[in-house]
Design a protein around this ligand. Structure first.
Ligand code: G6P
Ligand code: MG
Length: 216
């Protein structure tokens, strides 16, 4: 029996991944670096500063900026990203998410968020689903980002569930790797990517039933 659910945010609860992509693409372009969707896949689940470092390395400009300059660039990206989120509301929940959270609540399965995003509380509030989550892991408290299992282990602890009794939901390979390294059951959610190592992969949460999943 599974006793707790741990969700990534971007690409699982809502499609903010597309806004991260727009904001990074614009910033990269200002720096003379062109990124495409294939490269963008490698940024999913990766913290803001690590994403910037990856983009600079990709454009072979990684030695050119001081930490302070990189902080200005990361802030610029975040300002653009937050602007793109201005109209975010319940309508932006991905298909099946609301139903699934309602089912989990009915079954008394605690839910937590394991996202590298510092914007997670604000986004969940705008989506109207903040109250479904017992805990949101603060990414500032992490020593290592995904694919390290730390964020998933902390999320399970926060809802008092053993890793082997938890199910993690992820749209990115780094996340699936982290969930598996934490010793949890991994559900991959993606229409387009093959998420290697996931225990189950679906195109959307509409394909999932809480009742069935908890018996795994
Ligand atoms: C998630 C997304 C990444 C993003 C990271 C940090 O993991 O998948 O694309 O870079 O969060 O998000 P933030 O909102 O803090 O910049
Ligand atoms: Mg994601």
């Amino acid at each position: 029996m599974k006793k707790g659910f741990i969700f990534d945010l971007d690409g699982v609860i809502t499609d903010t991944a597309k806004f991260h992509y727009i904001a990074w693409k614009d910033l990269a372009m200002d720096l003379g670096i062109t990124i495409d969707e294939t490269f963008n896949e490698t940024l999913k689940g990766i913290s803001r500063m690590d994403s910037l470092d990856k983009i600079l390395a990709y454009g072979q400009r990684d030695d050119e900026f001081s930490i302070e300059e990189k902080e200005v660039l990361a802030q610029k990206k975040n300002d653009a990203y937050v602007q793109l989120l201005a109209d975010l509301s319940e309508k932006d929940l991905l298909p099946g998410v609301h139903d699934f959270l309602v089912q989990a609540k009915a079954e008394a399965i605690p839910c937590a968020i394991a996202s590298a995003s510092k914007n997670a509380p604000m986004i969940l509030e705008k989506l109207g689903v903040l109250d479904f989550f017992g805990h949101i892991v603060d990414p500032e408290t992490l020593k290592k980002g995904k694919p390290d299992p730390e964020i998933f282990v902390k999320a399970a602890e926060s809802i008092h569930v053993e890793p082997q009794d938890a199910i993690g939901f992820e749209d990115a390979q780094a996340g699936i790797d982290g969930i598996k390294a934490a010793g949890m059951y991994a559900v991959g959610i993606s229409e387009t990517e093959i998420l290697t190592g996931s225990d189950l992969q679906v195109a959307s949460m509409t394909e999932l039933s809480v009742e069935q999943l908890i018996t795994i």
